[in-house]
Design a protein around this ligand. Structure first.
Ligand SMILES: Nc1ncnc2c1ncn2[C@@H]1O[C@H](COP(=O)(O)OP(=O)(O)OP(=O)(O)O)[C@@H](O)[C@H]1O
Ligand SMILES: [Mg+2]
Length: 294
């Protein structure tokens, strides 16, 4: 098997300075080891409650935060030691989608800019006409009408439309990997389904592997594929979604499954859900925003 398009995390640990902890540190990621293969393309979900370290792992993979310990390799090479051209290749092939696309858009520019920036940065077209044709094709691929979104400012679009513009950007770039951090948490059920279907289409039609980060098990179930359950920075269970959901072996996975609300008013929650505050303290350290990623 080629090691070319493989992201591998080995013993990744991320600690942050934090007030109020016994040793002045907070361990956001205790020990994460897993690999993402581009071939065959797959969806791997990372599920866990708030503060369990999911976004930190995403930031580590995207190269925005250097882990305190452990390694992340791409094609066998440490992503923090890549040459300029290898790093460019990594940036092209590992694309993010975040929960709140609004923060990606500059409110003073039309939404077109995010797409044109991708065309220019990654030399996707040699002429303006070819660039525009590509942008329009990608907007249609995510069920957006170019005439209705191009030329608009971010606040003139709905959250679902803004999020699909980020998918159009991915459609243009055709990365090997998509790192999606809670991309559907702010969308209503119908748009959420549309978004997930587009991601699954991309996987099938363009061979993209997605790391899908969420706290919502029903979304994991819908996507299928593989799932990893993270608790307090540690991956406690992993396997095919159906297996993990039907026969969970770790108590934390069972707790997550039991926490899914029942649409039955006679079967209300009786147990109290508690959040472990030791993993939910607000950040006291400023993240090292290496380079803007979009
Ligand atoms: N830059 C930082 N400095 C200090 N602490 C941080 C930093 N980034 C994250 N943390 C802490 O690390 C822990 C894990 O945070 P992370 O954002 O990875 O959780 P999460 O699983 O994505 O949660 P959510 O579901 O709420 O998005 C939290 O306790 C958080 O406060
Ligand atoms: Mg998060």
């Amino acid at each position: 098997m080629t090691t070319d398009k493989v992201i591998e995390l080995r013993g990744v640990q991320q600690r942050f300075h934090a007030r109020g902890t016994p040793d002045g540190y907070l361990t956001a990621v205790a020990d994460a080891s897993f690999r993402l293969d581009a071939h065959p393309p797959q969806v791997v979900s990372l599920v866990g409650q708030s503060g369990s370290g999911k976004s930190t792992i995403a930031r580590n993979i995207l190269g925005l935060q250097r882990p305190t310990d452990g390694t992340i390799t791409y094609g066998g090479k440490d992503i923090f030691k890549l040459s300029r051209s290898e790093y460019d290749d990594y940036r092209r092939n590992v694309q993010p989608v975040f929960q709140d696309p609004y923060s990606i858009f500059n409110p003073f520019y039309r939404v077109d800019r995010v797409l044109w920036k991708a065309v220019k940065k990654f030399s996707l077209a040699t002429t303006r006409e070819a660039g525009l044709a590509l942008i329009e094709e990608s907007l249609r691929a995510v069920s957006l009408d170019p005439d209705r979104v191009l030329g608009r400012y971010p606040h003139q679009l709905s959250g679902g439309q803004r999020q699909r513009i980020m998918l159009a950007r991915i459609h243009m770039l055709r990365p090997a990997f998509v790192i999606a951090d809670e991309p559907v948490s702010m969308l209503d059920a119908q748009i959420r389904k549309m978004f997930l279907d587009i991601l699954l289409d991309f996987q099938r039609a363009h061979g993209m592997t997605t790391l899908f980060i969420t706290h919502d098990l029903s979304t994991v179930y819908y996507l299928g594929g593989q799932v990893m359950v993270i608790n307090k920075g540690e991956i406690v269970e992993r396997g095919p979604v159906t297996e993990v959901m039907h026969t969970p072996t770790h108590p934390y996975t069972r707790l997550l499954l039991d926490s899914i609300p029942q649409p039955d008013p006679d079967a209300r929650w009786t147990t109290r859900i508690t959040v472990d505050e030791s993993t939910a303290t607000p950040p006291t350290d400023t993240a090292t925003e290496a380079t803007p990623i979009i």
